[in-house]
Design a protein around this ligand. Structure first.
Ligand SMILES: CC(C)(COP(=O)(O)OP(=O)(O)OC[C@H]1O[C@@H](n2cnc3c(N)ncnc32)[C@H](O)[C@@H]1OP(=O)(O)O)[C@@H](O)C(=O)NCCC(=O)NCCS
Length: 205
């Protein structure tokens, strides 16, 4: 899946090895006008825990409950592991102006997943400033360059209207809807060919 990594097809199954190449790690740092997206590190655990304490932030996320430091540690460890296994994954978003961590955005492709998923999350105090759009647009552009996939999806609760707006601004289209535990979940998606002909609407910065 990752174009520059150590991924091989062996007897129909994917053999994935950890990446340790330092130049690849540098390549994975993405800069936008106001943000730096970098792969997660251990010191992200506490700020990520604090961001997830806000009920508005977790309302539409998988757990629906704020986690403690142990949950945050496990989540950051999984994100670091994703980068190690696949050569891509979710970025931690750092605001240039303050050097503070304000969320995460990026790619998710666990074993068994049908498609590469793009997700986003911004701390409550910075909603409405265009940060999610700015981060997700950069993540999507990086993905088309570095990940060997033609289709990138985002799963979004039908009630999460802010997040649906991000998907629309990225050029994603509604592809399907399923019901999970009584909640309608939309799958928005974009194909490489569409992305090349109509680039995402950038946020005004
Ligand atoms: C979804 C989320 C990432 C948006 O972050 P953000 O930085 O505020 O997003 P942006 O400022 O880039 O864009 C928000 C857009 O939603 C629009 N919006 C704001 N409130 C809205 C509402 N109630 N309904 C619909 N659209 C809304 C804004 O006007 C803006 O669109 P515009 O640029 O066309 O005006 C943020 O709300 C969040 O972290 N939510 C919790 C985590 C989450 O749900 N993640 C997504 C899981 S699928």
């Amino acid at each position: 899946m990752y174009k520059g990594g150590l991924i091989q097809q062996v007897a129909g199954s994917r053999l994935v090895r950890p990446r340790t190449n330092a130049s690849n790690a540098v390549m994975a740092i993405v800069e936008t006008p106001r943000l730096v997206l970098r792969p997660p590190i251990g010191s992200d655990v506490e700020p990520m825990m604090v961001i997830h304490q806000n009920p508005d932030v977790i309302k539409y996320l998988d757990s629906h409950v704020p986690g403690d430091i142990a949950v945050a540690w496990r989540n950051v460890a999984i994100m670091i592991g994703h980068w190690s296994i696949s050569g891509f994954g979710p970025w931690t978003i750092v605001m240039k102006e303050s050097s503070q961590i304000i969320g995460r955005a990026g790619l998710w492709y666990p074993a068994g997943a049908a498609d590469v998923e793009l997700g986003w999350m911004i701390r409550r105090s910075d909603w409405g400033r265009g940060f999610a759009t700015e981060a997700a647009s950069a993540a999507l552009a990086w993905a088309w360059q570095h990940v060997d996939t033609d289709h990138i999806v985002s799963s979004i609760s039908a009630a999460n209207t802010r997040s649906i707006r991000i998907a629309e601004k990225l050029g994603q289209r509604l592809e399907s809807t399923r019901v999970v535990d009584g909640e309608a979940i939309h799958t928005f998606g974009i194909h490489r060919s569409a992305a090349m002909t109509s680039p995402p609407v950038e946020s005004q910065v």
